[in-house]
Ligand binder design. Structure first.
Ligand SMILES: [Ca+2]
Ligand SMILES: [Ca+2]
Length: 232
């Protein structure tokens, strides 16, 4: 038990270096900064307000809204000029989601977590560049998506992406990546790619980027919705 706790602290430090939790601030009126969003618990930007701002720009930032007492509370919001706001139905970036690039004066109070994304990045992560790794919640590069660069063992939930949700992966690095089923801070059943998973479809093969890059339009029955971390 003691060893497990130490390993978890180490992992948390690595994740913090990788980006990503948005700065939580008060609102000062007017429009939010270009890299921030403002949430209101009243319609038409009324009631109480909280601001989330990404640390680095352009990049992404995420908010665990329930930790600030904002679970299922947002009724309207303002979006900074350089970012897109993605709201998720459940905590830890799971469930139904919608993204917005403009202010919304009235919405039902369903949002439980959020991600702030640079507008330079396509909402469907279709404008990746060499050196990046992308993950999608559905097969064929559909659904919610997230793009990583850099290195290390990256815990998806620590970067604002739902745990156990990945169904397709695109690797535009020149090196292999490792998809980790469970939290390697505790246990390590590992799936490594390449080699190619046998379940990749003909459609995936036709759409392959230039080798040695790889993509998996479906990561496979055993690995689908099991990925917790990726070793870059
Ligand atoms: Ca909710
Ligand atoms: Ca999935």
């Amino acid at each position: 038990m003691k060893i497990k706790a130490i390993l978890m602290i180490t992992g948390s430090t690595l994740a913090t270096a990788g980006v990503a939790q948005a700065q939580v601030e008060g609102c000062t009126g007017g429009q939010p900064p270009a890299n921030a969003v403002q949430l209101f618990d009243g319609a038409n930007f009324g009631g109480q307000c909280i601001q989330y701002r990404m640390h680095r720009f352009p990049a992404t930032g995420y908010g665990k809204m329930w930790e600030q007492g904002w679970n299922d509370r947002v009724r309207s919001f303002k979006v900074g000029a350089g970012v897109r706001l993605r709201l998720f139905e459940h905590g830890f970036f799971a469930g139904f989601y919608q993204f917005f690039q403009g202010d919304v004066g009235s919405m039902a109070n369903w949002a439980s977590s959020l991600r702030i994304e640079s507008r330079e990045r396509a909402p469907d992560c279709s404008n990746m560049v060499a050196g990046e790794v992308g993950v999608w919640t559905h097969a064929d590069f559909q659904g919610d998506c997230y793009i990583m660069s850099g290195g290390g063992t990256r815990y998806l939930a620590d970067e604002g992406f739902a745990n156990d949700s990945v169904s397709s992966v695109r690797n535009l690095r020149d090196t292999a990546i490792m998809l980790l089923w469970d939290d390697p801070r505790v246990i390590q059943p590992v799936v490594g790619f390449p080699p190619f998973p046998p379940t990749v479809s003909d459609a995936g093969l036709r759409n392959l980027p230039t080798p040695p890059w790889f993509q998996w339009n479906y990561v496979g029955g055993d690995s689908n919705d099991e990925i917790t971390a990726i070793n870059l």
